[in-house]
Design a protein around this ligand. Sequence first.
Ligand code: ADP
Ligand code: MG
Ligand code: ZN
Length: 487
Amino acid sequence: MMTWETVIGLEVHVELATKTKMFCGCSAAFGGAPNTHCCPVCMGLPGSLPVINGEAVRLAIRAALVLGCRITENTRFDRKNYFYPDLPKAYQISQLYSPLGRDGALVIDLGEAGKKTVRIHEIHMEEDAGKLIHAADRPETYADFNRCGVPLIEIVSEPDFRTAEEVSAYLMRLCDMFRYADISDCKMQEGSLRADVNISVRPMGEDCLGTRTELKNLNSFKAIERAIAYESARQIRVIEQGGVVEQETRRWDDVAGVSLGMRSKENAQDYRYFPEPDLPPLRISAETVEELRASLPEFAHERVERFGREYGISAYDAGVLCAARSFADLFEATVRTGADAKSCANWMLGPVRKRLNDVGASEASIRLSPAAFAALIERVAEKRINRAAAITLLEELLLSEQGMGADIDALIAERGLAQISDGGAVAQAVEDVFARNPAAIADYRAGKKRAEGFLIGQTMKAMGGRADPAAVKTAVGEALRRLLEDK
Ligand code: ADP
Ligand code: MG
Ligand code: ZN
């Protein structure tokens, strides 16, 4: 039996997070009523002229720098001609001859298997095409041109991947870094990140590359993983049966779980590329590059390591804290205001995360100010307020504008939330609860230890939820022990 190696190279398209399109002032926002984000430029009407979106170029340069590319000093756009109903201009403005960036690398983390460097061949700027919507019940197709002209970058890797896990790790790292740097929201389900997967197989140990096929229409990590498994098995079968793999573009059908031939692979000649005559070349100065390099943030994976070093937070917890930049920012700002790092992390990973999940809100919608958050954490530590009352306050303030300037001490006073730490008051409440619940006392005497929890709960309730739970637990426990000794 021959053993085979799968070789994979990726072409990843990422929509840039600009307000407006690449060459006109139309909105680049996702969705919208069909054909409402359009103008003569992005519709390719005769006589209209494109103007380069400076913000898109800056984001593209930042992306190239994130991927360690050399920036091309004199870059320009080329016209790629093809006819398709989602492209009213019948050409796409792209870059062929002098792409924005070249020769980059991305280090990916494969867990137990260590780290691996994936080489980036190039990154270039282009514009997106529209969308075709096929009616489910009629033989009709509708065109929505809102997406025409949305700024895109294409990132072409070298064929350095060998497994689906490596591909996933690469895409995840790419998403993490682009989101942190506000380059793109990288939402696969909205198409702001799309990957075409090139696959070939070769006998293990062979140096030459096999003939590749290119898979399109991969809309999720799961689909990519399944498509890679299917397509490499298909190619091996073709070769083992004495056939040859055709170089072609194939469509992945995720429902059927198969790849289907779409068209033979097109060449650059097929597109009749030529320098875009409506746009000037772009000179990118070294100062601009250095300015943009300096504007890149500390990335999630770097931050996770630092949180471990600086605050002693486990890699797993730091990973959750750093998944969204604003979440990690809140953590650090709160700690800087004086909160204890460990308790702050516990509050964020516990009650804060739970609240976000419960109401389906994102980290970015948090309004609670670091100062108010730190005060809340501190009051619990000082036993000025108990944990349950603090969680109630937290849930109220977390996502509301009120959370921004909240005065925690004033709220505790106003709501009467201050913890009752007066031992006499606790003892009195325990006595009252015991007197009112003879059945529970009898249960306890009969060996039903669960009755203790019930009595603790009743005492907390009798004190309006404001007692220190630890003090109540001790008081109830001691009272029960005295009862048993007395009998
Ligand atoms: P094209 O421009 O015609 O699409 P490229 O040479 O630019 O072709 O390669 C496109 C992508 O295919 C790159 O990501 C590259 O790494 C990958 N690739 C090229 N040859 C192979 C191969 N034999 N097996 C797997 N991937 C490949
Ligand atoms: Mg290509
Ligand atoms: Zn427009």
